[in-house]
Ligand binder design. Structure first.
Ligand code: BG6
Length: 512
């Protein structure tokens, strides 16, 4: 095989000026390649990037797993995953080019010889495919295997290139530890092998268009920023509701729970983007500096018995179908106190946000799948109407719908048509699907390309991760000593204690 020419990627349409940068010569090694994430997200994302002309022609994809597979078997697995899950249409020419760079290395994580043959495979690819000594290692593996894999990469001489112009990067999937102490330990282990600028921690929410749009909304407009503070904002609600249950993931989830699974990462990152100050620029370091500042100022509100809630789902009805409870699904230990619903109240102790509660909630088997951030404003200080005119008027709100139906809604009061003065809530709606013809890339597409480009803006740094644990740790300790979580019925909006938590402050959860 000869190295493909290093000229422009023929699959890219040079007329499209808005296309992102193309990755240079490089390859990606995936550990844990037989897992769901690999099949449903990573492999399709690689194909979609190739299809959009954003990968170099000689790109290489190496799978590493225990299975007794040859390159051809792995190629077939990737092919099937792409056919089933890719976002963009299947094109034979794209696939053929990608398939030429697919390799498989069989082995276990503690097997030195497997990592030696990985090193040999990578050297072959550099020679045959022109990957240029640039490789990213994606650890889609249980956290307990992180240390072994990272140390094996070092031992096999894979953690750094042969010369400074070659890069090696490591991509880590959450959970980044299970509390502050373990996160620190994990960061230490990883940073002992890979310098921080080569570590890419995946928080796939940051790859979502609507999440990035929070920054555009706040900092590209004049309209919102003047009222984005405690003078005008009453509170903020961040909701990530899922309708699915745990299904086959019970083994992973039991002992982890909703707060560690998504509040520590996705929801606190959303909070950081909503609450942070304007960065000096969009350079990765400037963006991260602001996120770190705001996370340092964030704490759970006290007393935790009143400002938090958690629950476990039981059987119920969803979309007209009867669905089983957590324990009937199997894989979850009977007396487990792991929560499938979590709600916390955070306070951001800065001049901008003093006194504004941030309510964060997430749960499995809730009413429907929706992720949104609602900034709820204070009532107007004076209403020059009869009381009856505004009886049905709520509070103004700006809602960023992260998914589904990505967009932004503003709720405000409007006169009801007729002879009397009656004011009622109405909404003004921006929908991505209506406003733009381009469809959004999948989060993993964006993030994998950023890894290959060495663009770190959308990846949480070690200190962001540690700060998030610092916020969550007291809540987790409190729950650990507070017995079993309350039950909630599948298809509802969580346990009664979550409503009580809001009611205590005279507020209520939005029904998204
Ligand atoms: C993952 C969590 O990070 O996000 C899962 O581990 C959850 O429990 C998933 O189901 C949801 O992702 P999305 O993109 O469908 O909101």
């Amino acid at each position: 095989m000869t190295a493909p020419s290093k000229q422009r990627n023929p699959l890219r349409d040079p007329r499209d000026k808005r296309l992102p940068r193309i990755a240079g010569p490089s390859g990606l090694v995936i550990f844990g390649v037989t897992g769901d994430l690999s099949r449903k997200k990573l492999m399709p994302a690689i194909y979609d990037l190739a299809n959009r002309g954003l990968l170099p022609p000689g790109f290489a994809l190496v799978g590493f797993a225990r299975r007794d597979w040859a390159d051809q078997d792995f190629m077939q697995v990737v092919h099937d995953a792409v056919k089933e899950h890719a976002r963009t249409p299947f094109r034979q020419t794209v696939w053929d080019q990608l398939a030429e760079g697919i390799r498989f290395v069989q082995g276990t994580f503690d097997d030195d010889s497997a990592f030696d043959s990985l090193a040999a495979t990578i050297a072959d690819l550099d020679r045959d495919r022109g990957t240029g000594g640039n490789h990213a290692f994606y650890l889609s593996v249980p956290p307990s295997a992180f240390t072994t894999v990272v140390n094996q990469l070092k031992r096999a001489g894979l953690a750094s290139g042969e010369n400074p112009s070659q890069w090696r990067r490591v991509v880590i999937e959450k959970p980044f530890g299970h509390d502050l102490a373990s996160a620190k330990q994990l960061n230490k282990t990883v940073n002992a092998v890979f310098p921080e600028e080569s570590v890419f921690r995946i928080d796939h929410y940051l790859g979502k268009e609507t999440v990035q749009n929070i920054l555009a909304l706040r900092f590209a407009n004049q309209l919102y920023e003047p009222i984005w503070n405690a003078n005008y904002v009453d509170h903020v609600q961040i909701t990530m509701a899922e309708d699915i249950g745990l299904g086959g993931r019970a083994g992973y989830y039991d002992g982890i729970g909703a707060a560690r699974d998504v509040i520590q990462n996705h929801l606190l990152q959303l909070l950081a983007l909503i609450a942070m100050e304007e960065p000096v620029s969009f350079k990765p370091s400037d963006l991260r500096t602001e996120k770190v500042k705001v996370l340092s100022a964030t704490r759970p509100a006290l007393p935790l018995a009143e400002t938090t809630a958690r629950g476990q789902y039981t059987g119920g009805w969803q979309g007209g179908q009867k669905v089983p409870g957590l324990l009937e699904e199997g894989g979850f230990s009977k007396d487990s106190t792991t929560e499938t619903y979590a709600a916390i109240t955070a306070e951001v102790n800065t001049r901008r946000w003093a006194g504004v509660p941030f309510y964060l909630r997430t749960g499995k088997r809730l009413g429907r799948r929706v992720t949104e951030v609602a900034v709820v404003f204070k009532r107007a200080p004076h209403l020059p109407f009869d009381d009856t005119a505004t009886e049905e008027l709520g509070q103004n709100a700006l809602v960023v719908r992260v998914q589904p139906d990505e967009g932004v809604t503003i709720r405000f009061g409007s006169k009801v048509p007729g002879n009397t003065m009656e004011v009622r809530d109405v909404t003004m709606d921006f929908g991505y699907g209506h406003a733009f013809t381009e469809s959004s890339p999948e989060a993993y597409e964006r993030l994998l390309l950023d890894v290959l480009l060495g663009e770190p803006s959308l990846f949480p740094k070690n200190d962001e991760v540690e700060l998030s644990w610092e916020i969550l740790d007291p809540v987790l300790r409190h729950w650990a000593g507070a017995g079993a979580p309350e039950k909630y019925k599948a298809g509802t909006w969580g346990p009664a204690s979550a409503d009580a938590m809001m009611a205590r402050t005279g507020r209520h959860w939005r029904r998204p």
